[in-house]
Design a protein around this ligand. Structure first.
Ligand SMILES: [Mn+2]
Length: 387
């Protein structure tokens, strides 16, 4: 059995207000080419097909046309799309029946009372257990094993078994996800790899954006296009080949190129130390006018100071004569949070503190950057409270 595993397309995603249709169309073009050249038995998308639960008409057309083109590139390929936590499973399933007639299986919802809905048999090739994102409170005990037993019952020829899931697996690399920890990433609580049972030959995971191998038979394929500036590294899909049930899969990365890269100035590799606004502004001015990309500026702030209020406007002005799309200024604190610069206040000192200083200290202790936007919002709140 040969499959192409992808996930997290996030169609309709906008980056700092910029439309990304051109890149998303390019990504789909590349998927069409990959399917055309590899002719897999199944092409599977493990959730987060759209960025929002109510995607625009344009994003929905992009998916419909994209799937039809993938189908035309290799008519014998079974296409399977599941919903992620960003999607509305019910909305994704609206045209489930006509899609099925075209060889495209859309599984948006969890059919706890009719689990056969999650089992897709690809004649003479293998089985796919297609599970969308399921809120942990609704996962029935032993769900994965039950589905694997159900497949085993039908799998008289010993064909390969693939299972799709959209979730966080305990211990995976969440470095591309902010506000995440070992217990939860991207809004989904972690579940141990062992909980998925043993009856599959390949676990096709979606949700975590960094491509990675969790075991010889469990993989996140990652995002085909970066969704944020921190998603720096290789992007693509995975080609998976499994000779028969019980064999270890052969997994090969299939790179996808982003025509509009996301770049950070100063470049993190060439300049690891945070730079002042003046230095970063000069770097941005010297940035090649014709370079088409997205730009984020990493600017150093000290513990008490802020980046000049006019910096974003100045940066936007510099960007006017360039082909790049300026996105935002990312404030970087030079000193890491440590106990040495955490001062204990007595009650009298604390009473004399301004609210803004208390907030600044709290954020500093939590290692959260106090940016200009947050400063403005806080000022507005204080004005409204008349403090
Ligand atoms: Mn995602």
């Amino acid at each position: 059995m040969k499959i192409i595993h992808t996930s997290d397309w996030h169609l309709g995603h906008m980056l700092y207000g910029y439309d990304r249709s051109m890149e998303q169309n390019s990504m789909i073009d590349q998927m069409v080419d990959l399917v055309g050249s590899h002719r897999p038995d199944a092409f599977i998308v493990s959730g987060d097909i759209f960025h929002t639960s109510s995607p625009s008409n344009h994003a929905q057309s992009m998916l419909a046309e994209g799937l039809m083109r993938i189908r035309s590139a290799s008519p014998a390929t079974t296409i399977i799309v599941t919903a992620g936590n960003h999607d509305s499973g019910a909305r994704l399933e609206v045209f489930r029946t006509p899609w099925k007639a075209l060889g495209v299986h859309v599984v948006g919802q969890y059919y706890r009372d009719d689990l056969q809905q999650h089992i897709i048999e690809i004649d003479g090739k293998g089985f796919v257990i297609a599970l969308p994102y399921i809120n942990e409170f609704f996962i029935t005990d032993g769900l994965y094993e039950t589905l694997q037993y159900m497949v085993a019952d039908r799998n008289k020829e010993g064909l390969p078994v693939v299972m799709m899931a959209h979730t966080t697996v305990t211990g995976c690399d969440i470095s591309w996800h902010s506000n995440s920890n070992e217990y939860s990433a991207g809004g989904i609580n972690s579940q141990p790899l062992e909980s998925f049972g043993n009856g599959y030959d390949y676990l096709a995971l979606g949700h975590i954006h960094k491509p990675q191998r969790l075991s010889p038979k469990a993989f996140y394929c990652g995002t085909p296009l970066p969704i944020g500036f921190d998603e720096e590294g290789d992007h693509g899909a995975l080609l998976v080949e499994i000779p028969k049930h019980g064999d270890t899969p052969t997994v090969t990365p299939l790179p996808i190129k982003n025509p509009l890269p996301l770049k950070t100035l100063p470049e993190p590799d060439s300049c690891p130390a945070p730079q002042t606004w003046d230095n970063v502004r000069q770097l941005f001015e010297a940035f090649p006018d014709g370079d088409e990309c997205y730009i984020r500026l990493n600017v150093k702030v000290d513990n008490s100071g802020f980046i000049p209020a006019s910096a974003a406007q100045t940066a936007a002005h510099i960007a006017e004569k360039k082909q790049c799309r300026f996105c935002h200024i990312n404030p970087i604190r030079e000193t890491a949070n440590n106990s040495a610069d955490r001062r204990q206040l007595n009650v009298d000192e604390f009473r004399q503190e301004k609210p803004i200083d208390i907030l600044a200290r709290y954020l500093h202790d939590k290692n959260i950057v106090f940016d200009n936007d947050m400063h403005e919002v806080f000022d507005e709140v204080l004005r409204n409270l008349n403090i």
